[in-house]
Design a protein around this ligand. Structure first.
Ligand code: FAD
Length: 384
């Protein structure tokens, strides 16, 4: 049995690992010649780390995961601590730690684990056809590939999605711009073992440690879409948006390298119920494109792959395994997209009264409520 896997992102690579465990041959096709991730890092929460372990790639998490042992929120303007607590109770309750990792390193190590030479780079899928016997993939370079099924892990702008769900989707602007990158760890910015977030005015500045003595940072600012901002103005733009903010935020802005900092307008897509059509399945962002506000987009791609493998462990009938995959995943992924959207609105001041109420809650927070929320999200995964 052969699967055509479209995309060599987190979704595509984890799919290949999961299908290989079931003895299914995979051909992987990636549109670009060299993958350049849009974000500097990712928090792979415990549910995602469990999936990486299950897929045989746990060692990648061990080598890349930063020492994120505590969590804190600060008032962005005064710098005062709103809440600060250990993540140990979370790790104990779910049985695995979260791993903030460099995205480029994760991507690269997943590809190396599979074997770079076994991936066909520079192959952009243009269209797909299927019949009772198999699937045919047509690429923009004129080449054609055939297989028994296709797993389309071709990201938020998937070309396969319309074939599967029967209509075109619109990307929805979530109302804020995110700048992200890496800097050397500097404890004038934040403690080296903590996920630290400064909040105020519907904006957010977040810092988490990754391996190699580096902080992953991001800045979120609610803004209209389509503003003319670029690398040449990046530092001065951030200085403007965070003018009166606390000293650690100013130290961070002065430390960033605009040439390696990403600026992204954040989008998601309204969830849909169909993930599978006969021999073709959507997986990862092609199936559920979310805002990054609960850090679950990549984790849920890993979960998809694990569940896909579990379904093929039960039956090698393709249509039946893919239907089970759809059945097991559609509510979970819809829930995560909508949860992230809700979190996004509260964090980014869609209704400033609600955001202010959240800031007030953070000042009363001892850790239990935040840990309970993280716990619920994590245990909803397939390896709870
Ligand atoms: P992608 O990473 O988009 O990979 C798709 C691949 O398919 C790409 O390599 C692309 O080149 C290829 N491709 C596209 N079209 C074609 C085609 N026609 N033919 C062949 N190949 C094609 N998630 C987390 O879990 N934790 C986080 O902390 C987190 N933070 C984030 C922060 C930001 C700012 C953003 C934007 C996202 C964040 N995410 C996070 C989400 C995460 O990045 C995505 O959910 C994840 O990368 C999805 O992986 P994927 O493989 O499905 O898609």
């Amino acid at each position: 049995m052969k699967a055509l896997v479209i995309g060599a992102g987190i979704g595509g690579m984890s799919t290949a690992a999961a299908l290989k465990q079931q003895g299914i041959e995979c051909e992987i096709f990636e549109a670009v010649k060299e993958i350049k991730p849009v974000g500097a890092a990712l928090s792979i929460w415990s549910n995602g780390v469990k999936c990486m372990n299950h897929l045989g790639m746990g060692h990648i998490m061990d080598s890349l995961g930063g020492p994120m042992h505590n969590l804190a929120y600060h008032d962005g303007i005064s710098g005062a601590v709103m809440t600060q607590f250990s993540l140990r109770p979370l790790v104990e309750s779910v049985g695995e730690r979260p791993c903030p990792v460099s995205r480029a390193d994760l991507q690269s190590q997943m590809i190396d684990w599979w074997g770079r030479e076994n991936i066909q780079f520079g192959k952009r899928l243009e269209k797909v056809e299927q019949d009772d016997h198999g699937v045919t993939a047509y690429f923009t370079d004129g080449s054609v590939a055939t297989g028994d099924m296709m797993i389309a892990a071709d990201g938020a702008r998937s070309v396969v999605r319309e074939h599967v769900i029967g209509f075109q989707t619109e990307r929805r602007y979530a109302g804020y711009v995110n700048w992200n990158g890496l800097v050397e760890i500097n404890e004038d910015i934040a403690p080296a073992d903590q996920w630290t977030t400064f909040v105020g005015e519907g904006k957010r500045v977040s810092i988490m440690p990754i391996a190699g003595g580096r902080f992953y940072f991001f800045f979120d600012v609610p803004l209209p879409t389509g503003l003319e901002e670029d690398r040449t103005t990046l530092v001065s733009d951030l200085k403007g948006y965070f003018k009166d903010w606390a000293k650690p935020v100013q130290v961070l802005i002065n430390a960033i390298n605009p040439d390696t900092t990403n600026r992204i307008e954040i989008h998601d897509i309204d969830p849909f119920d169909t993930l599978v059509k006969d021999r073709i399945a959507l997986l990862g962002d092609s199936a559920h494109s979310t805002t990054p506000d609960i850090g679950q987009g990549g984790c849920s791609a890993l979960e998809d792959a694990v569940v896909l493998g579990q379904c093929f462990a039960k039956t090698k009938n393709i249509q039946s395994a893919l239907k089970q995959y759809e059945e097991k995943r559609r509510f979970r992924v819809k829930d995560l997209v909508l949860k992230a959207r809700k979190r996004c609105d509260v964090t980014h001041g869609k209704n400033m009264q609600e955001t202010q109420a959240w800031y007030d809650e953070l000042r009363q927070e001892k850790g239990d409520n935040i840990i309970a929320g993280l716990h619920n999200t994590i245990v909803g995964g397939p390896l709870a």
